[in-house]
Design a binder for this molecule. Structure first.
Ligand SMILES: [Cu+2]
Length: 492
């Protein structure tokens, strides 16, 4: 006889079985305890790399005793053209050397403080479970070495940094990097892997002020950085130093934020992150436009690059990107894919009624004493300025945009009259102009640049793309600035 009781009993058995299976799965979930029990086989010296590169993937190697030799170096570097800064570094780069481990590795960490250094330092690795993340065992004076051991207990991407007082100052000087703990069997293979870290820097002088710049504690406490950069300096990942990939490849970026103060809204202009390991942990989010990276945190992002072009990586707190340096580039080579992106189909001019030449706000006291530069130095800083100011309209190779922005490459208008070109940059330009036989009738806003900046950017333009190699001096710019604008009425 089949009765209700029996039916209920069966149901209970089924539910119990299901629960049993479920909890079985649960007990198999790997935790720190499980990873702690992994036995290591053999030892090896860890490969360390400077950004934007990372060591070879761990693949399916067994857990090992991994020896990390990290040397601290205090050294001068360049924040942006003509601006020197004394960086404190793990391994000679900002961010510091990338450390790649797998879960269960026993790391033997050798922290060496170079004898030429002036400061004691230590290291706090967020991948370490232990007091101070290693900091309490690793305080090391110049000319000394400290050794300590730890086992990597949980997979993820972790920040490491110096934690010697004043902690903020050590971090602000560049003392941070990333340590990756790969899961068993490694992360899935991809075509390209890169390493970036954002950092905020505080200098006595304002952005671009020439010469050696000291650290500014007041600005650091107020959290008003002069520079917000990727990989320790302005332009570390632009132009020839851009990251590269081929169309169709999958790119993985290990992206950290050293801070010391700011949170990063990491975004790739014209791309969507297919996958983001949120906060560097196990949880994966998909189809992400902008991902938040806390100070002292990291993410792993993956993007498949479907169309060729230059994709701009930014902190989407956007003044940081275009005015403080938090801008990098990913250059993708390959054939166009019109299905994914058509390119411009039509280009017209849109000038709403009452459109006038706008001026960029003037910054009081921006003019600084000029230091005589060589032509090569002018070209160099001009290139950087071009990327920040002119590039958006006149385009990467000065080719311009038909019917909207005239070319600067082989421009007859430009080459015929440098004073007129200086005037255009200083005061803006509107009304009809003819460049290489083509008419343009549009508006160029005046660019709020110093005499030296105008001289540098125009010298760069004149010495690029087949132009006539004119050298524009700050003195010439100053002279043009002093003369009345051509259209201005004479008044005495
Ligand atoms: Cu330090």
């Amino acid at each position: 006889m089949y009765n209700i009781k029996q039916q209920t009993k069966n149901a209970i058995v089924v539910v119990a079985l299901a629960l049993g299976l479920f909890s079985c799965g649960k007990t198999e979930e790997k935790d720190a305890k499980y990873y702690e029990s992994i036995k290591v086989e053999g030892q090896q010296v860890a490969e360390l790399t400077a950004p934007p590169f990372v060591p070879k993937p761990v693949g399916d190697r067994a857990a090992k005793k991994l020896i990390v030799n990290m040397e601290i170096k205090e050294q001068e570097g360049e924040m942006v053209d003509g601006v020197k800064y004394t960086y404190w570094t793990f391994g000679g780069s900002v961010p510091g050397s990338f450390i790649r481990t797998r879960v269960g590795d026993e790391v033997e960490f050798h922290l060496k403080n170079h004898p030429d250094n002036k400061m004691p330092h230590n290291i706090d690795l967020h991948a370490v479970t232990g007091p101070g993340g290693g900091a309490t065992s690793s305080l090391v004076a110049p000319g000394h070495e400290k050794v300590f051991n730890f086992k990597t207990l949980l997979p993820g991407l972790y920040v490491y940094h110096c934690a010697t007082a004043p902690v903020g100052m050590h971090i602000a000087n560049g003392m941070y990097g990333l340590i990756l703990v790969e899961p068993e069997g490694g992360l899935p293979p991809v075509d390209k892997e890169y390493y970036i870290m954002q950092g905020d820097f505080y200098t006595k002088g304002a952005y671009g002020e020439q010469g050696h710049q000291a650290f500014d504690m007041d600005k650091a406490i107020k959290e008003t950085p002069d520079y917000v950069v990727f990989n320790g300096k302005v332009g570390a990942l632009t132009g020839e130093k851009a990251l590269t990939a081929k169309k169709g490849e999958t790119v993985r970026i290990f992206m950290g934020n050293g801070g010391p103060n700011l949170v990063s809204s990491f975004h790739a202009i014209g791309e969507i992150f297919d996958k983001v390991h949120i906060e560097g942990g196990e949880l994966i989010n998909k189809n992400v436009q902008t991902t938040l990276i806390p100070a002292g945190g990291a993410v792993i992002v993956e993007l498949k690059v479907e169309v060729p072009g230059t994709f701009i990586l930014v902190d989407h707190s956007i003044f940081r990107a275009f005015n403080k340096g938090a801008l990098g580039m990913l250059k993708v080579e390959g054939e166009d894919n019109k299905k994914v992106y058509s390119g411009t189909i039509q280009e017209g001019i849109y000038l709403p009624e009452g459109g006038t030449v706008q001026n960029m706000p003037k910054v009081a006291g921006k003019e600084k004493p000029t230091v005589a530069k060589t032509v090569a130095q002018q070209v160099n800083s001009g290139r950087e300025l071009y990327g920040r100011t002119c590039f958006a309209c006149h385009q990467q190779e000065g080719q311009g945009v038909p019917n909207a922005f005239p070319p600067l490459a082989k421009s007859d208008y430009l080459n015929a009259n440098p004073d007129r070109a200086i005037g255009a940059v200083l005061r803006g330009l509107s009304g009809e102009v003819t460049v290489n036989g083509k008419k343009f009738n549009n508006v160029m806003t005046s660019q709020n640049l110093t005499d030296e900046e105008v001289a540098d950017v125009l010298t760069y333009v004149y010495n690029s793309w087949g132009n006539n190699k004119t050298v524009v001096t700050p003195a010439r710019v100053k002279a043009i600035r002093a003369t009345p604008a051509p259209k201005a009425k004479e008044s005495h």
